[in-house]
Design a protein around this ligand. Structure first.
Ligand SMILES: Cc1ncc(COP(=O)(O)O)c(C=O)c1O
Length: 389
């Protein structure tokens, strides 16, 4: 009873600050539109960048895998859960990423906490961009290494902190494409600093895989810097349309993770149908530059349209287009008005983004049509005007 009251008080406090969160149930498959409360609305908030989550080729691959290998992996990978499908996918990812080896984790969150806690420990230092994803922050905390947060994208601040370090091991970790802002880590400067100060580099390509690079391998591919990055992590549940994540790097790195990454060792391997769908997706993503172009065209159209409608937009950097509103209550009002008009883009509020920068994080996908994007521009700019945000 007393615990219940405390919990209710906490929830009331969140609601009073417009920081309460609730899920919305989506009907049907993920796509350019989704079904909300029985109504089709434009989905401008998923990470299904290439529209593959509902693709029949992924579904067919999953169904075939179920017929061959059933549903569950039944055990963690080191026991009996590492099946043919997992082995095939890891080889395909390693080849795609141009790395010696790859390892599939249960999710991006698992991968990040698993890698960081395996690679650094007390006595080491991790240099972490202040806007890194929560899973990287949690991995840093779990590792017990000293965390040195540097200012967002600021290579000078990073250098200052590296220069002062006397740690046994130094690891620089950054999102390559930042999940809430869509801006890009200064990878060339980061790898140069890593060379100068004898540090390792880990990048989280969750929002770059499928989106950046000639074959969609990520920002490492697009910048040609892959060979100077120690750890590349990417997810299989965003542009790739399935679920899970991978880490790619040297054979020694992957072997060490198989031995030391607790989030890998102590967790059941992903189901064969999920793995087979990801495998099919890697082949599609590598070969389908047209789909990537469609995504970028839509993102540019959305960003340009909002700018022309008079909204203050940040410079265009990637298919993540933040529409920063400011206050949490105001962002909620804009999102609600947009949904009434048929556009789904929930308000993203603290602690996901810094105080005073609540926003609608807009993410068009390859499968949206130009008229859909133009419609969204109209709805969103009206929602901003009408709510006075
Ligand atoms: C940058 C970044 N890293 C990691 C993750 C976690 O990945 P997953 O959703 O597969 O756990 C996410 C997304 O949620 C992300 O945006």
């Amino acid at each position: 009873m007393i615990a219940g009251q405390h919990l209710a008080d906490e929830l009331d406090e969140l609601a009073a600050q417009s920081l309460g969160r609730a899920r919305r149930t989506i009907g049907g498959a993920q796509g350019p539109t989704v079904r909300v409360d029985g109504r089709d609305v434009l989905c401008l908030c998923s990470n299904n960048y290439l529209g593959l989550a509902g693709d029949p080729r992924l579904r067919d691959a999953a169904v075939a895998a179920i017929a061959e290998a059933g549903i569950g992996a039944g055990a963690s990978p080191l026991v009996s859960g590492h099946m043919d499908a997992h082995e095939r996918l890891e080889s395909a990812i390693a080849a795609w990423q141009g790395c010696e080896a790859a390892l599939v984790f249960g999710s991006g969150y698992h991968a990040n906490i698993g890698v960081l806690a395996a690679l650094v420990r007390a006595g080491d230092e991790v240099f972490s961009d202040e806007l890194n994803h929560a899973s990287l922050i949690d991995g840093c905390r779990l590792s017990r290494a000293q965390i040195r947060a540097y200012r967002h994208l600021d290579a000078s601040d990073l250098e200052r902190q590296l220069g002062a370090s006397r740690a046994r091991r130094r690891l620089i970790v950054t999102d390559s494409v930042f999940s809430m802002d869509g801006d890009l880590a200064p990878l060339a400067e980061i790898v140069a600093l890593a060379d100068r100060y004898d540090a390792w580099v880990m990048i989280d390509e969750a929002h770059a895989v499928g989106v950046f690079g000639e074959t969609g391998a990520g920002l490492a591919e697009a910048t040609g810097l892959g060979g100077r990055i120690t750890v590349r992590m990417g997810t299989l549940g965003k542009a790739l349309g399935s679920y899970g994540a991978f880490v790619a790097g040297s054979r020694a790195l992957i072997e060490l993770l198989v031995n030391r990454a607790r989030a890998y060792v102590y967790s059941t391997a992903l189901p064969p149908p999920v793995i087979a769908a990801a495998d099919a997706s890697v082949a599609i993503v590598r070969g389908d530059a047209e789909r990537r172009r469609a995504l970028w065209d839509n993102a540019r159209r959305l960003h340009g349209g909002l700018e022309r409608a008079g909204l203050a937009m940040r410079p265009f950097t990637s298919p993540i287009v933040p529409l920063v509103v400011g206050g949490a209550a105001e962002a909620l009002a804009v999102a609600e008005r947009a949904l009434e008009q048929g556009v789904l883009a929930p308000a993203i509020r603290p602690p996901t983004v810094p105080q005073g920068t609540a926003r609608l994080r807009l993410t068009p996908i390859a499968a949206h049509t130009a008229p859909q994007i133009d419609h969204a521009v109209g709805v969103l700019s009206r929602a901003i005007r009408e709510t006075g945000a």
